[in-house]
Design a protein around this ligand. Structure first.
Ligand code: SF4
Length: 71
């Protein structure tokens, strides 16, 4: 499977964060903004239970590449 086509979903039951691996430019904005949730060295790398939905939405909005979206 082409790594660039990988899409992963993470939910807290209220919102779902979608991460598209191929779009991520590894700027680490997400990690800097909300390090309790975005942990690139762990699996799963997004910990949806470590912040409020509002905080997660705010951080997703700062992703410069569009790799992170919310549904
Ligand atoms: S902010 Fe977006 S582009 Fe940057 S590391 Fe996080 S997901 Fe990737």
């Amino acid at each position: 499977m082409d790594k660039n086509n990988i899409t992963k979903e993470y939910t807290n039951g209220e919102i779902t964060v979608i991460w598209q691996a191929g779009k991520c430019i590894h700027s680490a904005n997400c990690v800097r903004n909300l390090s309790a949730v975005f942990k690139p060295k762990e699996q799963p790398w997004i910990k949806m239970d470590q912040a409020s939905s509002e905080e997660i939405i705010n951080t997703v909005g700062k992703c410069p590449s569009g790799a992170l979206t919310i549904k």
